[in-house]
Design a protein around this ligand. Structure first.
Ligand code: MN
Length: 201
């Protein structure tokens, strides 16, 4: 059983003007595709062929760097496409909104903390909103690591994440990572985040 690159759930230009079509085309078709191919190559001679990606990440400390980097890259990008969408943005509602308010005080306070995590992650990585045993937490990870990994600093189930590798924003935003993070709020699919929250708790 090989992992497969999922189709984008919307057109390349669906997130414009916040994320441009060329970035989406290269990010999905080249970067995510390469992580998928390289993950399959990395597990080819292992006993992981029937494991889910979540199972692989949960035991990542026992696997090779190639499985860590490409397994993380495979999962993180599948996740990223899901938590964005056209006609999105705005504010969460229901149980998710209540949980964000309880953990951070307000949506604005959460967004500030998340943006700070994204801005201060040195080099390449991700910022996350994570369901942990202690409630909702903002964290960030280097490279293609994520909170499902057994050796993550903050372990839990991610429900929102942003890719802050330069390949995610450089064509449109160049060195202005904070502008990209600000624009991200316009494409967050809060319905998808709420589904992930409900499944995690
Ligand atoms: Mn990426």
């Amino acid at each position: 059983m090989a992992f497969e690159l999922p189709n984008l759930p919307y057109a390349h230009d669906a997130l414009e003007p916040h994320i441009d079509a060329k970035t989406m085309e290269i990010h999905h078709g080249k970067h995510h595709n390469a992580y998928t191919t390289n993950l399959n190559n990395a597990i080819d001679d292992t006993d992981l062929a029937t494991s889910s990606i979540e199972e692989i990440l949960g035991g990542i400390s026992g696997h090779s760097p190639a499985i860590r980097n490409n397994g993380g890259g495979y999962y993180n990008h599948c996740f990223f496409w899901e938590v964005m969408g056209p006609d999105a943005g705005g504010a969460p509602s229901g149980d998710l909104a209540d949980a964000i308010n309880a953990a951070f005080g307000s949506l604005e306070d959460f967004q500030n903390q998340f943006a700070a995590a994204a801005a201060t992650r040195f080099g390449s990585g991700w910022a996350w909103l994570v369901v942990t045993a202690d409630g909702l937490v903002v964290t960030s990870t280097p490279n293609q690591d994520n909170p499902l990994m057994d050796d993550a600093d903050v372990k839990g189930t991610p429900i929102l994440g942003i890719d802050v590798w330069e390949h995610a924003y450089y064509l449109n935003y160049q060195n202005r990572r904070p502008d990209y993070v600000s624009a991200f709020w316009n494409v967050v699919n809060w319905d998808a985040v709420a589904e992930k929250y409900a499944a995690a708790v």
